[in-house]
Design a protein around this ligand. Structure first.
Ligand SMILES: *Cc1c(COP(=O)(O)O)cnc(C)c1O
Length: 251
């Protein structure tokens, strides 16, 4: 039982979700985009299973984890037949994937946002082939130059010019389907700085569209709790939101 005066968790979650939804809808309106253009990916890393269940019960079907171990734990814990039937949930891998874990990721992820090297793409392609599936992925790009970030380099003109050549071979991987790009703004960036990073990702998408027409490059995964509104203004099709939905992370 929650203590007197304390809202049950599910109710707190529904309230936070409604606030996030209102902000996404407003950002779409301001950008002249339909709400349906933007998928909300709820980032469940470090949350308890009850918190994950609250999200699923509120109808969120796109959930993101940044470690394969935690993603697999969720899959094991959410049994089919529960209201939160795992068949209704698409698990997004949003964190760095070590090559040696590529097979585990390729087996279960609905979409991998964080393909940050050609080598990883090739590993995932082989693993998806072995698992008998075609794996949808996004390429993670570092457009800000922040050194702690993973991602294919695209922070200066030289690295941007080199990118189409680097990525050319991915078009022939039969078990990988490249759907677009993902990026993160630098930690502590202002909304204006974040927006410039997102604009750069959108511009890079135009270049890749022209040079590598084997993908439609349609998806732009950008925007988190602190910067999803500027991301939507710059064309985000997926926002990855944790703290605004679940509260501050302690772990
Ligand atoms: C944790 C994380 C998020 C969500 O961050 P919040 O600030 O909690 O919204 C989004 N994307 C990635 C890659 C993450 O690791």
């Amino acid at each position: 039982m929650p203590a007197a005066g304390e809202e049950p968790y599910a109710q707190q979650f529904a309230t936070r979700l409604a606030a996030v939804e209102a902000r996404i809808a407003a950002a779409c309106r301001a950008a002249g985009r339909p709400r349906g253009d933007v998928t909300l990916v709820a980032v469940t890393k470090t949350r308890t299973l009850d918190e994950v269940r609250a999200a699923i019960r509120c109808g969120l079907g796109d959930l993101g984890e940044n470690r394969i171990e935690e993603l697999e734990e969720r899959l094991d814990a959410l049994t089919p037949g529960e209201a939160e039937s795992r068949g209704d949930v698409r698990w997004h891998m949003i964190g760095h994937v070590q090559s040696r874990k590529a097979a585990r990721v390729a087996a279960v992820a609905a979409l991998v946002h964080s393909v940050d090297s050609v080598r990883l793409a090739e590993r995932l392609d082989r693993a998806a082939g072995a698992a008998g599936r075609v794996l949808p992925v996004l390429l993670e790009v570092n457009v800000s130059g922040e050194e702690s970030k993973f991602g294919l380099s695209a922070w200066d003109a030289a690295s941007r010019d080199a990118l189409p050549g680097t990525l050319e071979g991915l078009g022939s991987l039969e078990h990988l389907e490249v759907r677009g790009l993902m990026t993160m703004a630098p930690l502590g960036a202002s909304p204006e700085e974040a927006r410039a990073v997102f604009a750069a990702l959108r511009a890079l998408r135009e270049t890749l569209c022209r040079c590598l027409p084997w993908s439609d490059w349609g998806e732009l995964s950008m925007g988190m709790t602190d910067d999803f509104e500027p991301a939507i203004a710059e064309g985000a099709t997926m926002v990855r939101i944790g703290r605004a939905l679940f509260g501050p992370r302690t772990a």
